[in-house]
Design a protein around this ligand. Sequence first.
Ligand SMILES: Cc1cc2nc3c(=O)[nH]c(=O)nc-3n(C[C@H](O)[C@H](O)[C@H](O)COP(=O)(O)OP(=O)(O)OC[C@H]3O[C@@H](n4cnc5c(N)ncnc54)[C@H](O)[C@@H]3O)c2cc1C
Ligand SMILES: *[C@@H]1O[C@H](CO)[C@@H](O)[C@H](O)[C@H]1NC(C)=O
Ligand SMILES: *[C@@H]1O[C@H](CO)[C@@H](O)[C@H](O)[C@H]1NC(C)=O
Ligand SMILES: *[C@@H]1O[C@H](CO)[C@@H](O)[C@H](O)[C@H]1NC(C)=O
Ligand SMILES: *[C@@H]1O[C@H](CO)[C@@H](O)[C@H](O)[C@H]1NC(C)=O
Ligand SMILES: *[C@@H]1O[C@H](CO)[C@@H](O)[C@H](O)[C@H]1NC(C)=O
Ligand SMILES: *[C@@H]1O[C@H](CO)[C@@H](O)[C@H](O)[C@H]1NC(C)=O
Ligand SMILES: *[C@@H]1O[C@H](CO)[C@@H](O)[C@H](O)[C@H]1NC(C)=O
Ligand SMILES: *[C@@H]1O[C@H](CO)[C@@H](O)[C@H](O)[C@H]1NC(C)=O
Length: 593
Amino acid sequence: MFVAAVLVLTYLTRCSGKIYEDVSQLPGLSYDFIVVGGGTAGNVVANRLTENPNFSVLVLEAGLSNEGVVDSIVPFLLEDFLQQPTYEWNYTSVPQAGLNGRNVANLKAFILGGCSAHNGMVYTRGAMDDYDRFAAVTGDPGWSWNNLLPFFFKNEKWTPPVDHHDTRGQFNPSVHSSEGINSVSLSALTWPEFSHHVIQSTKELPNDWPFNVDMNSGKPLGLGWIQSTIGGGKRSSSAASYLGPEFITRGNLHVLLHAQVSKLVNSNRVNGKITFGGVEFAQGGALFTAKATKEIILSAGSVGTPNILLHSGIGSQKTLSHLGISTLLDLPSVGQNATDHPVFGLGWTVNSNQTQESITQNTTRFNEAFAEWNRSHTGPFTSETTTQLAWLRLDNQMFTSNNFTDPSPGPDAPHIEFAFSPGTLGSTPPGSHTISVGIAVLHPLSRGSVTINSSNPFASPIIDAGFLLEDLDIFTGREGIRKVLKLFNQAPTWQGYLVAPTMDLEDHSDDALDAYIRSTMFPAYHLVSTAAMSAKNAGYGVVDPDLLVKGASGLRIIDASVMPFVISGHTQAATYVIAERGADLVKKAWGPK
Ligand SMILES: Cc1cc2nc3c(=O)[nH]c(=O)nc-3n(C[C@H](O)[C@H](O)[C@H](O)COP(=O)(O)OP(=O)(O)OC[C@H]3O[C@@H](n4cnc5c(N)ncnc54)[C@H](O)[C@@H]3O)c2cc1C
Ligand SMILES: *[C@@H]1O[C@H](CO)[C@@H](O)[C@H](O)[C@H]1NC(C)=O
Ligand SMILES: *[C@@H]1O[C@H](CO)[C@@H](O)[C@H](O)[C@H]1NC(C)=O
Ligand SMILES: *[C@@H]1O[C@H](CO)[C@@H](O)[C@H](O)[C@H]1NC(C)=O
Ligand SMILES: *[C@@H]1O[C@H](CO)[C@@H](O)[C@H](O)[C@H]1NC(C)=O
Ligand SMILES: *[C@@H]1O[C@H](CO)[C@@H](O)[C@H](O)[C@H]1NC(C)=O
Ligand SMILES: *[C@@H]1O[C@H](CO)[C@@H](O)[C@H](O)[C@H]1NC(C)=O
Ligand SMILES: *[C@@H]1O[C@H](CO)[C@@H](O)[C@H](O)[C@H]1NC(C)=O
Ligand SMILES: *[C@@H]1O[C@H](CO)[C@@H](O)[C@H](O)[C@H]1NC(C)=O
């Protein structure tokens, strides 16, 4: 693929705001609330808490500034950005038994905005059934779809596409909000030829691939136009939106970069519950302590949060004593039940030059498109290349006849996602034009873990996503391939357009498809559930439905790690909604009644 030159601009000074690079610039080290991690969720929490002028908030973020990082801002440059280790945690992951012992990356962003600053920008809320299951397993109706909808609306700022094309029939305005903070938009119509074939599929095979005007209504089944966390042609990360100029100037909101939290400190026991007076963090090789007079909120993500808990003595006593860490709270679920979506792709060369390669393989065109973005924030650089997504179920009978139980949370939730892109998922045969379909298994049964094998809090935790350990997951993936092959064989629109597959599925037998999946699968990077919520008196779980850590007071977790199950979609919208509701719970606990 095309690798752009180094495009990172660093500004040595900031014109406004309270984002500090050096601890010595902070007015003090005691705040009402300390938020650990200025990522997707953490910046929402910081924004919402500081709406109350009586609350002071300090965000401690280990990573670098997002300011002027062009590869993060320009949607089309995502692939280049993900190649840059500078903005990566470089976490250690273990060889995967389900992938023939292959190791796969576990990308986590090391930048203000967290993964919202380097993710694929796909905006999908998932299914109603996902959240209704959250409510059922936690015993808190506040996590149901209907009760969360106002929080989705607080997050979402619906924005017109940059080409101002007629969007009627491409989304349903009644399920969106233009009053929120984080921009969401349809893409410009950059790939009309490819989009035509995809949409035409819903007309030619409407039973298998029904059109869905809006996959974010709570009922995602079907095929429709992608929506993305992009506004005005630029990525809308939580740093760009929730820490935007109108918010960061609040006197009660401070953000410190290059501040890596090692552990919770100053523990005490009050009424049988453990409390922590502050957090220890490192900057420039020195250790500091920041005090929280009301609450510490962990928003360090599905790897960072369990890592900090374990180093603070919160986790399985067995693991901790082995490392010489004394256990303050024996919570064996910390870091367990880690769940991610397995993804793999199918590719074809096509009889057209209207594909991503027309830009990535042509320096002149690449520079023209980049210059257009620079000039007016329009053109192909305003989005990444996936144009439509589809969400399908397998027949219940397919599960039962294979001795499986339907893993989905309900009848409106899909089992498989299909991402249609006029571009490659891997490497393009030289000189050719390709399209691809990414396939994700949405309700895997496999579980992994985030653990530690060192008492040094600055050592990398060990990530094991446990991909494809369960037969159901590979079975579902295989059926996903069969659905795509059937689509391309049966829908007339694809005839004459597709030339040849770029992958070798041999004889299409179960064994051949399984081998293809195990040897090519990569993570969706939707890791969740490593500090999962459960009902108040459940014998497992890490946080109660109010997101307070079980057995602790003044310590909450607000990030993707609390999801009790992975949702039927990309996880940022779910993370945002958890953050919006989580912040609301904190405000109500401490604010005017
Ligand atoms: C490559 C990639 C692509 C993705 N694509 C999509 C997509 O297209 N659509 C979608 O919906 N989802 C996508 N996701 C998933 C989604 O982005 C995440 O689920 C979500 O952003 C997680 O939010 P979070 O707040 O839990 O964690 P993060 O956003 O990761 O925030 C955690 C923050 O804490 C900081 N931190 C961690 N440890 C410490 C410490 N010890 N001290 C201080 N700070 C610390 C981190 O630097 C980070 O800023 C993608 C994820 C990745 C990695
Ligand atoms: C802030 O504190 C003042 C003084 O205690 C109080 O009158 C006011 O209601 C508080 N405001 C909020 C939003 O809590
Ligand atoms: C990851 O590795 C890169 C390249 O070596 C480095 O610049 C970056 O700081 C590392 N990230 C962390 C969190 O150490
Ligand atoms: C993992 O989650 C399941 C519920 O899905 C629960 O029954 C189990 O106890 C959890 N395991 C741990 C170690 O938390
Ligand atoms: C793309 O293909 C069309 C039709 O085959 C042709 O007219 C056009 O010149 C091609 N464009 C490029 C940039 O190759
Ligand atoms: C590369 O892009 C330029 C500018 O759009 C175009 O004129 C040229 O035909 C393209 N070259 C090829 C080989 O497609
Ligand atoms: C666009 O702007 C970026 C950042 O200012 C610069 O690095 C890049 O060279 C520009 N590209 C073009 C083609 O103008
Ligand atoms: C399902 O289970 C039954 C009973 O254990 C067994 O006889 C049958 O072969 C199984 N079917 C499949 C497809 O594994
Ligand atoms: C922890 O695991 C990593 C990766 O497997 C390994 O390199 C390292 O040596 C281990 N450390 C300890 C203290 O066991």
